[in-house]
Design a protein around this ligand. Structure first.
Ligand code: 2RA
Length: 365
C-alpha cells in the first residue's frame, strides 16, 4: 500500500521483511516495547534502536540479542520502513517528518500529532481502518489514560451507541515516566513504618519540597492533577481524554466530562466510567459484549470479591472491566470500573499493534 504522500513501502520492497526503528528505546515505554517485540510473532527484519546521543552505544536486549543503540540522526532512518516514536512532543514534532521523508511510516506516541486532522489516531480493536488514511505518513497512538478505557468503550459503543461519558481516572506514577516511579519509591521509603498521614501537612514535611513531576506528595495521598493547566481550570490530561475519545470513536460532539487523579500506584491506570447510550441498556447484554470483545477481560463478581485492581492487571495486555452496573437513575447508562497497564496497552503494546498493521500492508502481495 502506498500512502497519500506516496512514500510508504519502498524500503520493505527492497529488503523483504520490514525494518523497524524504535526511537526512544531507552525510556520507560521503550523498555516495555523491547519486551513486547521479543514476545510477539517475529515479523521484522532489522530492529534498529535509536535514542538521544547520550544513550548511543548502550546495548539493549531484544529478540534474545544485544543490539547497540544508535544516536537520533537523519542517517539513523536509512532503510527504515516503520519507525515507532516514544519521545517528548517537541522531539517527535521535529523528527517524525524527517523519518517520513526518509521513507518510513511513523507511529508516534507523543501528543504532537494526535489531533492533527491529517493524522489518524488508532486503536486496532476500535478503528483499525483509520490506519490506512495517513496523509502525513504519520499514525498517532493515543494517550495512556484514553487507551486504558477505550477498547471496552468502543465495544459497548458499537452495540449501544454512546451518547455521553463521565469519567474519573486513578493514574499510576509511571505515566509520568521513570522520574514518577523514582519519586513514589523515594517517598514511600520516607513514610514506611511511620504514623504519618494523621495530621495536616505531616506527609509533606516528611517527603520534603522535591515532589518530582507531581505538584503534591503522592505517597499516602491522591493528587487531583495530571498534565498542565488549560483554559477554565481543566488539565491537559483531561482535555486529551475528551478530544481523543471523540476522535477515535468518530463522535466529534460527544459530551465528555473528565477528572484526572494521580494515585500511589506504580503501573496501571484505572478509571470509573459513567457511559450513557442511545436507548435502554441491560447489564446482561453489556456483560455479553465485554466478555467477547477482543482485548477486554470481564472480571466482575463482587459477591466472590472479584473486580480488577492495578495490582493484578499490571504486566498484562487486556483492558480489565468490573463493577458493571446499570445507573440507578438512568436506564440508558452504565457504570464501570476499568484497569489497563499504562505502559503496555496504554503505550507500547498499542504502538506495536499499529506498527504490525502497517507491516502487514507492506508485506501484502
Ligand atoms: C500520565 N497519561 O499518566 C500521562 C502520560 N502520557 O501522566
Amino acid at each position: 500500500m502506498t500512502d497519500v504522500a506516496g512514500r510508504t513501502a519502498r524500503n520493505a520492497v527492497r529488503t523483504g521483511r520490514p525494518t523497524l526503528a524504535v526511537v526512544g528505546a531507552t525510556g520507560a515505554v521503550g523498555s516495555v516495547m523491547l519486551q513486547i517485540l521479543s514476545q510477539h510473532a517475529d515479523i521484522w527484519g532489522e530492529i534498529r534502536l535509536i535514542a538521544s546521543p547520550r544513550s548511543a552505544g548502550r546495548k539493549l536486549a531484544v529478540r534474545g540479542e544485544e543490539v547497540e543503540v544508535v544516536a537520533l540522526t537523519e542517517e539513523a532512518f536509512d532503510g527504515v520502513d516503520v519507525a515507532m516514536f516514544d519521545v517528548p512532543d517537541e522531539v517527535s514534532a521535529r523528527w517524525a517528518p524527517i523519518a517520513v521523508a526518509k521513507g518510513a511510516v511513523v507511529v508516534d506516541n507523543s501528543g504532537a500529532f494526535r489531533m492533527d486532522p491529517d493524522v489518524p489516531l488508532v486503536v486496532p480493536e476500535v478503528n483499525p481502518h483509520a490506519v490506512r488514511v495517513r496523509r502525513r505518513g504519520i499514525i498517532a497512538n493515543p494517550n495512556c489514560t484514553t487507551l486504558s478505557m477505550i477498547v471496552a468503550l468502543g465495544a459497548l459503543h458499537a452495540e449501544f451507541g454512546l451518547r455521553e461519558l463521565v469519567v474519573s481516572s486513578y493514574q499510576a506514577v509511571s505515566g509520568a515516566g521513570r522520574s514518577g516511579v523514582d519519586t513514589l519509591r523515594r517517598q514511600l521509603s520516607l513514610v514506611a513504618g511511620t504514623e504519618l498521614g494523621t495530621h495536616p501537612g505531616d506527609v509533606r514535611r516528611a517527603v520534603g519540597d522535591d515532589t518530582g513531576p507531581f505538584p503534591e506528595p503522592v505517597a499516602l495521598n491522591v493528587v487531583p492533577w495530571a498534565g498542565s493547566l488549560r483554559e477554565d481550570g481543566w488539565s491537559s490530561e483531561e482535555m486529551k481524554v475528551r478530544d481523543e475519545s471523540r476522535k477515535i470513536l468518530g463522535l466529534p460532539t460527544l459530551p465528555v466530562a473528565v477528572t484526572c487523579v494521580r494515585v500511589p500506584v506504580v503501573t496501571t491506570h484505572s478509571l470509573t466510567v459513567h457511559a450513557r447510550f442511545e436507548g435502554e441498556v441491560t447489564v446482561d447484554k453489556a456483560r455479553e459484549i465485554l466478555a467477547t470483545a477482543p482485548g477486554v477481560v470481564l472480571f466482575d463478581d463482587p459477591a466472590a470479591g472479584e473486580f480488577p485492581t492495578p495490582a493484578d492487571a499490571v504486566g498484562t495486555d487486556p483492558t480489565w472491566v468490573g463493577r458493571v452496573r446499570r445507573a440507578l437513575d438512568d436506564p440508558t447508562a452504565l457504570e464501570l470500573f476499568v484497569c489497563g497497564d499504562n505502559l503496555r496497552k496504554g503505550a507500547a503494546l498499542n504502538t506495536a499493534q499499529i506498527a504490525e498493521l502497517v507491516a502487514s500492508e507492506l508485506s501484502a502481495p
